[in-house]
Write a protein that binds this ligand. Structure first.
Ligand code: FAD
Length: 341
């Protein structure tokens, strides 16, 4: 019997796991893919993420997780009226596969047992804990006092537990060889409604030009992407020499009020599956912070489930309020986000 089983080795899962073993609890973390696993992401680490890595892991983000240009200098927004806003901030540019592997390796070094290629497929409360059915090379069951579900956007287990289907945003991005007249050191977001149903973006990873759109209706992705490419060719002299990769993914569709699902019974949620996500895809810091807060609440009130919930909510209150303010701010920038005002 483990004290806690953590599901998913993303930023939320690794951070929660490490924080638990640092305080003496026994932790199993399972990850459905082989590590290092791919995660669609712009990989922009804002200043807050860099600081959280130092605080939770006791060391800086390592250079071998970074890609060129390694330095991210902030975000440049174009709002729905075509007005440009520049937000400068110190940041980094990483490959998520390497960055997440490094977080998980640190959790393992601290004492977390990690099983990759292992998916949690169901769970059930027992008299003194919860049992989880895991599927790796074989299907078997493990037991723990609590589960921390950090399975990210798809949330298969959470859907089963809550018997609900989440609202999702569909992302479509391509990696390309080519040229453009935008500053590679910034993440560029475009909020014009003719370019996407949510947001469109440009960033650079190891000199590959990444261009993406997000939509509310999956079938609309390629049409908006084509419109975005035409716009970038006209306005920013985009020239694509060769398309290297197409990448489709999902994001939670954050609703007005930014509701958070903290958990059900002995299964707690952290990171994106709980609903922690800031606008323009800033989710790594929210994942890490919520995972850390939940671990601290479990350590403090191990035998008292209700107190864990209360403490987890209190510890994430500032993060939740910040999230609501950020979404409301974006709601004022573009009609596509008007419901968030
Ligand atoms: C296109 C795009 C661009 C983004 N850009 C940025 C950015 O630049 N900066 C930023 O901060 N955020 C960005 N985000 C958001 C960020 O990627 C997420 O918010 C963040 O990864 C959430 O962390 P997490 O730990 O909650 O989940 P994840 O990182 O998704 O990790 C969840 C893990 O759980 C595993 N898993 C799922 N189900 C199971 C299961 N049943 N059993 C076992 N394992 C399971 C998954 O394989 C995965 O490894 C972006 C997102 C997208 C889609």
């Amino acid at each position: 019997m483990f004290d806690v089983i953590v599901i998913g080795a993303g930023p939320a899962g690794s951070t929660a796991s490490k924080a638990l073993v640092d305080k003496g609890l026994s932790v199993l973390m399972v990850e459905k893919f082989k590590m290092p696993r791919y995660k669609s992401c712009s990989g922009q680490l804002i200043k807050k993420t860099i600081d959280l890595v130092q605080e939770y892991y006791g060391k800086p983000v390592p250079e071998d997780t970074m890609c060129v240009p390694t330095e991210n200098r902030g975000m440049i927004f174009t709002d729905d009226k075509g007005r440009v806003f520049r937000y400068e901030q110190e940041g980094l540019n990483v490959w998520r596969s390497s960055f997440d592997k490094w977080l998980a390796d640190n959790a393992a070094q601290a004492g977390v047992e990690i099983r990759d290629n292992t998916a949690a497929i169901s769970c059930e409360e027992t008299e003194d804990g919860v049992s989880v059915t895991l599927k790796g090379e074989r299907t078997y069951t493990e037991h723990a006092k609590y589960i921390i579900d950090c399975e990210g956007v798809v949330g298969t287990l959470k859907r089963k537990i809550m018997n609900a289907t989440p609202k999702l945003i569909y992302t479509y991005q391509t990696y390309n060889q080519g040229s453009i007249d935008l500053d590679y050191h910034f993440f560029h977001a475009f909020l014009q409604p003719e370019l996407s149903e949510y947001d469109a973006w440009f960033n650079v990873k190891d000199n590959q030009l990444v261009l993406g759109v997000s939509v509310k209706v999956k079938e609309n992705a390629e049409r908006f992407y084509a419109q975005f490419i035409s716009y970038m060719e006209k306005e920013h002299h985009l020239r694509i020499e060769k398309q290297l990769k197409i990448d489709r993914w999902l994001m939670p569709w954050i609703q007005p009020g930014c509701k958070i699902d903290y958990g059900v019974g002995r299964v707690f949620f952290a990171g994106e599956v709980a609903g922690f996500l800031n606008p323009m895809g800033e989710g790594i810091s929210a994942g890490m912070e919520s995972g850390h807060c939940l671990a601290a609440a479990i350590v403090k009130h191990f035998g008292d489930q209700e107190k864990i919930y209360t403490d987890y909510k209190e510890r994430t209150e500032a993060l939740h309020n910040y999230m609501k303010r950020q979404w409301s701010f974006v709601g004022g920038m573009a009609d596509t986000f008007a419901e968030m005002k």
